[in-house]
Design a protein around this ligand. Structure first.
Ligand code: ADP
Ligand code: MG
Length: 342
């Protein structure tokens, strides 16, 4: 029964469109271990509930089938255990343990990348368990085909049964999850604040939960109701950046031209007096810093200049920044202006 965290149950796992298939498969597996989906592979990004489901499967099997031997292990611990038992010449203990389980639950199999010997051992373990119709569930943070340096035959084994994925939750599901967590933490946070958390943090459940915990900790500390404004202040470093608009070379040209009181055609043109050459070089330099454009792309946007001109410009600006600190200041100001315009 090793390793199962009974805090993670199906009862406190909130269903949403993002996880319904994975959760239902997991429930079905725990009621019929080895008989429905075997193996089952759950994959999805960080903090989306893979570990939670895996423990829930383990806990539920133990509850329904008390005589079964269930083992939960992370791929990392599986590897470490294997390596240390080899060193101690006690690999038979390892085989004994893992090949005699009724349900083997291995978390984060992407960790097996490059671990050739452990992969080999797991391959044989798999075959024994599969042959004996014992349940296996694996989790992975990416599709198995994207794990590098893993043997093809093991990859094939992982996906031989059912593969299900977890996606980030919708705002509604996220709020439902937080409501459930509040009960667990015996805390009260206003709906307004819950809404704020779930609308602003969209990446994964772990980050959403961490934000809630921060709010709860704060509530206890100041012993007052957390208003929406206070919550914004407390959480401001955690909000997911809403997809910021990309900065274009044209945006940079407009800002630089206006800053130096020249026209954008001066930046693209051929005039060589210092009042246009320096701004032109600065604009290229900033384009290099704030966009993904290549030297060639930048050259083209500046009146069809060659990429070597852009390289030269960037070097010039680097040197001049050192000799003239006001240039550095101008560049920093310009970068702020350009980013704010977006
Ligand atoms: P992963 O293993 O995919 O990185 P975890 O299983 O550790 O993610 O989940 C991160 C946190 O989010 C855990 O506290 C877990 O309980 C919680 N969580 C994720 N999905 C749900 C859900 N649908 N309902 C309740 N809690 C969830
Ligand atoms: Mg996990």
């Amino acid at each position: 029964r090793a390793g199962i965290n009974i805090r993670y149950t199906f009862k406190n796992f909130v269903l949403g469109d993002n996880n319904r298939f994975a959760a239902n498969a997991s429930i079905s597996i725990s009621r019929n271990p080895g008989k429905t989906y075997n193996p089952c592979l759950i994959y999805g990004g960080v903090g989306l509930g893979k570990t939670h489901l895996l423990h829930a499967v383990g806990g539920e099997i133990i509850k329904c089938f008390p005589s079964m031997k269930v083992v939960y292990v992370t791929a990392e611990n599986f590897t470490n255990e294997f390596i240390s038992l080899i060193k101690e010449n006690r690999v038979h203990h390892f085989k004994e343990k893992y090949r005699k389980t009724d349900a083997l639950l291995i978390d984060d199999i992407h960790f097996l990348q490059k671990k050739k010997e452990t992969q080999e051992e797991l391959f044989h373990t798999f075959n024994v368990l599969f042959e004996n119709k014992k349940q296996m569930v694996f989790t992975c943070d990416r599709p198995v085909t994207e794990i590098k340096d893993i043997t093809e035959r093991l990859q094939n084994r992982f996906t031989r049964g059912l593969t299900v994925d977890l996606q980030p939750p919708s705002t509604e599901t996220a709020i439902a999850i937080l409501r459930k967590k509040m009960v667990e933490y015996e805390a009260r946070v206003s709906d307004e604040v819950l809404n704020l958390i779930c609308q602003k943090i969209t990446t994964n459940v772990r980050d959403i939960e961490a934000a809630l915990i921060k709010i709860i900790a704060y509530t206890n500390l100041v012993n007052e109701k957390i208003t929406i404004d206070l919550a914004k202040e407390i959480l401001k470093d955690r909000f997911t950046r809403v997809n910021k608009k990309q900065i274009l070379i044209q945006d940079i040209q407009i800002a630089v031209a206006s800053y130096f009181n020249i026209s954008t055609s001066d930046l693209k043109g051929k005039r060589k007096n210092r009042s246009v050459v320096l701004p032109r070089q600065i604009a290229m330099y900033i384009a290099r810093e704030l966009t993904d454009a290549s030297m060639t792309d930048i050259g083209l946007e500046f009146g069809g200049r060659d990429h070597t001109t852009v390289i030269h410009a960037c070097q010039r600006v680097e040197n001049q920044k050192i000799s003239d600190p006001s240039i550095e200041t101008s560049i920093e100001n310009l970068k702020i202006i350009i980013k704010e315009e977006k």
